[in-house]
Ligand binder design. Structure first.
Ligand SMILES: NC(=O)C1=CN([C@@H]2O[C@H](COP(=O)(O)OP(=O)(O)OC[C@H]3O[C@@H](n4cnc5c(N)ncnc54)[C@H](OP(=O)(O)O)[C@@H]3O)[C@@H](O)[C@H]2O)C=CC1
Ligand SMILES: O=C(O)CCC(=O)C(=O)O
Length: 411
């Protein structure tokens, strides 16, 4: 199912559970602004190349719009729209004072040199600089982008508006980035998983994990789960997948991946077919790469007892239904991966205050926010007799609807 159709379907189901006014429902679904820009850059060989960039600003009822920028060849307007909408509900679930946005450029970052990526990022920033800002829309990293990308955006934006570190989050610590932001999404995944397992009398220790994706989120989740005593028995990236039922040595895999640009060729386990990774026998499955990977074609074959959605919209609604019948518990993206945007919020607060927190404080506050979001979600599950996805959606949508009405919304 198309990402926008899937996200909108979840939203509509939540609106129904909440008994939302139909005009308000319609208005909450429509994005505030959709930006599409053509970014033309000289390549290193002197030829010109053009890339399409998007920024969708979905909603600002609860505060400045917030969300990552993705560089990936599959970036398309519908998907960016869906991801922006998810950010609106996610920031509300986390109860941080933001709305939602998302951006992206349709490109293959691995095929571009560092200087080409820099030129592309600067041209994109030139095209959108007057539509983003500290109190309007604050970008951050997502798939295919990182702290360096944010540094270029900060620098380009500052040429127009004066030095403005708070205009992006997830930037290098040397430029005002927050300690702990790099690990934050993975650490939030750990805290959310702990909260879910604790409800079933279990801990991380002794559980078998399978992780799809070994980028920022997947690699940090793997490291932190291993430190907490969990066993990561299979993991994949674009280049391949590896399995070791005794537990993969994640530090060794990190080194291999950095030296070889991927998992392929790692000798600490057996190479397996990446397409069968999601259906491996395990206790906890963590998709941490692309959207829509768990769908009606593979849901029935999934053997995990728990799915923790570190990626955005990895599970189609049809798969949700199949998995529910099988008794698989899904911790939804807008809760499970909200650690990233939560520490982005801490970064923004630190920039505005001009005061840096130590890493221990960042991690402690993150745990408080993740635990609270989990507790609030469970409360909505109880009061609306629904699963965790609808618990999180009703929580987020309700908070945004209340802010919209309080600000004076009229049909
Ligand atoms: N970064 C953040 O703070 C947040 C990210 N997310 C979500 O988490 C997910 C991952 O983001 P992030 O870790 O930042 O991105 P990265 O670009 O750092 O990493 C993405 C990873 O996914 C792998 N990958 C891509 N396609 C496939 C595939 N078909 N099969 C297996 N692996 C694949 C990539 O492999 P390779 O490196 O070989 O290309 C890479 O290991 C995304 O859905 C993102 O939206 C959610 C909240 C916050
Ligand atoms: O850190 C942020 O502001 C946004 C992170 C993001 O894009 C996401 O949560 O999907």
């Amino acid at each position: 199912m198309n990402a926008l159709a899937a996200t909108s379907r979840n939203f509509k189901q939540a609106a129904k559970l909440l008994g939302l006014d139909s005009k308000l429902e319609k208005s909450l679904l429509i994005p505030f602004r959709e930006i599409k820009v053509e970014c033309t850059i000289p390549k290193d060989d002197g030829t010109l190349a053009s890339y399409v960039g998007f920024r969708v600003q979905h909603d600002n009822a609860r505060g400045p719009m917030k969300g990552g920028i993705r560089y990936h060849h599959e970036v398309d307007p519908d998907e960016v729209n869906a991801l922006a909408q998810l950010m609106t509900w996610k920031t509300a679930v986390a109860n941080i004072p933001y709305g939602g946005a998302k951006g992206g450029i349709g490109c293959s970052p691995g095929d571009l040199s560092i200087s080409e990526l820099e030129r592309l990022t600067r041209v994109f920033t030139q095209k959108i600089h007057d539509l983003i800002g500290i109190h309007t829309d604050v970008p951050a990293p997502d798939m295919g982008t990182n702290a360096q990308t944010m540094a270029w955006i900060l620098d380009e934006y500052s040429k127009f508006h004066g030095y403005s570190p708070a205009v992006v989050t997830g930037k290098p610590v040397d430029l005002g980035g927050s300690l702990g932001r790099d690990a934050a999404t993975g650490r939030g995944v750990l805290f959310a998983t702990e909260a879910l397992l604790a409800e079933h009398g279990k801990g991380i220790a002794g559980q078998r994990f399978v992780i799809q994706g070994f980028g920022n989120v997947g690699s940090w989740a793997a490291q932190l789960i291993t430190e907490a005593g969990g066993k990561v028995i299979a993991i994949s990236d674009v280049t391949g997948a590896v399995k070791n039922t005794n537990g993969i040595d994640i530090a060794k895999l990190m080194k291999h991946s950095a030296e070889n640009r991927g998992i392929k060729g790692f000798d600490g386990g057996d190479a397996v077919d990446p397409t069968s990774l999601l259906t491996e026998e395990c206790d906890v499955l963590i998709p941490a790469a692309l959207g829509g990977v768990i769908n009606k074609d593979n849901a029935d074959a999934i053997k995990a007892k728990y799915i923790i959605e570190a990626a955005n919209h990895p599970t189609d609604p049809e798969a949700d239904e199949i998995l529910a019948k099988k008794g698989v518990l899904i911790l939804p993206d807008i809760l499970a991966n909200s650690g990233g945007v939560t520490v982005s919020y801490f970064e923004w607060v630190q920039n505005i205050q001009g005061f840096m927190w130590d890493e221990e404080k960042v991690n402690r506050e993150l745990k408080t926010y993740m635990t609270r979001a989990f507790r609030d979600t469970k409360e909505m599950c109880r009061s609306h007799h629904c699963d965790l996805r609808m618990g999180a959606f009703t929580l987020g949508v309700n908070r945004v609807a209340r802010a919209t009405v309080l600000r004076g919304w009229e049909a």
